[in-house]
Design a protein. Structure first.
Length: 331
């Protein structure tokens, strides 16, 4: 059973985990069950009723478990990095002292499981502060160098991030990035149309960003390291028989690529693609990754490279894409 730590505002506990500790032989695993019942439980990616979290140790191992009820994230020190932002601001968050790597009030969490750990706060007063990200509640294990940041006004939103893949610390005094590159909520349904379950408005602006080498980076200001292609919101929907073939897309907004940008599509679909929506002041409202099956289908037909892309015609026909259409003279 985990114990609630008032200072940390996190439930936690340390236990010795044994190898092969699984009576059903399906592998050792766990999840967070609340109030001694299974009625409310959280597993992988902080999902209620979600999948069990594997915990495979080869020797008896002391493992610390953490559960944050605010985010419903359950994590452990064996599978995950426990990252804390330690600095001279922590007492403003409710920590007993500043520069405390063991105070989880400034714990960076990764509920999506994409290796991007984050902590966001609006509790700081205006001023200049120092911070260093630390590992496993241990000040002797810094993740990079100490950094300085300035809060312009009381209660500004401040974002602390750690990219596990790039081993990079990110601090934004402009607030947290909006959306996610790892969640592919938008769909490229045919040669010139993308669909996304987001508000479509002529007052907003929309764009896709693409990176053939998959180096897009999400910041508070939008997407960096990519090539931008503007989109136009289509009040009349996607057109054609897209909705007949894909009825689950009813209610999604449709966005069109101008014909002058068609030549960029073969390069775009080789790598990572994201779509961004901004309001009439240019502020980023949301960002998501893009599923590319529609665009890749068209490119594949035109170039006759089915096997290279790993598609077979039956699968593409089932998806309802325009597999037999090729209007791109540049292909």
């Amino acid at each position: 059973m985990l114990t609630y730590d008032l200072e940390d505002d996190v439930w936690q506990g340390t236990f010795e985990i044994q190898p092969n500790n699984d009576s059903d032989k399906k592998g050792p695993r766990y999840k967070a069950a609340l109030n001694g019942k299974w009625d409310e439980n959280y597993g992988v990616n902080a999902t209620r009723g979600g999948a069990d979290i594997p915990l495979l140790v080869s020797v008896p191992t002391q493992v610390k478990f953490y559960y944050d009820h605010k985010a419903h994230w359950i994590a452990d020190s064996f599978n995950k990095k426990i990252v804390v932002a330690a600095g001279d601001f922590q007492s403003q968050l409710g920590c007993a002292k500043d520069n405390d790597a063991g105070c989880l009030r400034s714990w960076l969490e990764d509920p999506e499981g994409d290796g991007l750990y984050a902590f966001v706060t609006s509790a700081l007063k205006a001023g200049t502060y120092n911070v260093v990200l630390t590992l496993n509640e241990d000040a002797t294990q810094p993740l990079g160098d100490a950094q300085q940041f300035t809060v312009a006004d009381d209660s500004d939103e401040i974002y602390f991030g750690y990219d596990e893949v790039k081993k990079q610390t990110i601090i934004s005094t402009a607030g947290a990035p909006k959306g996610s590159l790892s969640k592919l909520k938008a769909m490229w349904v045919n040669q010139d149309t993308l669909m996304w379950n987001v508000v479509g408005s002529p007052k907003y602006s929309y764009s896709i960003f693409y990176s053939p080498d998959a180096t897009l980076n999400l910041t508070a200001d939008g997407v960096q390291n990519g090539t931008e292609i503007p989109l136009t919101f289509s009040k009349s929907g996607p057109g054609g028989d897209v909705l007949q073939r894909n009825p689950y897309l009813n209610g999604y907004s449709a966005f069109k690529i101008d014909a002058k940008d068609f030549a960029k599509i073969p390069e775009a679909v080789k790598g990572q693609v994201a779509i961004v929506v901004r309001d009439d002041t240019g502020k980023v409202i949301d960002v998501t990754g893009v599923q590319l099956w529609g665009a890749r289908c068209v490119v594949s037909v035109c170039r006759n490279t089915w096997r290279h892309l790993g598609f077979i015609y039956a699968d593409l026909k089932r998806l309802g894409t325009d597999c037999a259409i090729c209007d791109f003279e540049s292909f």
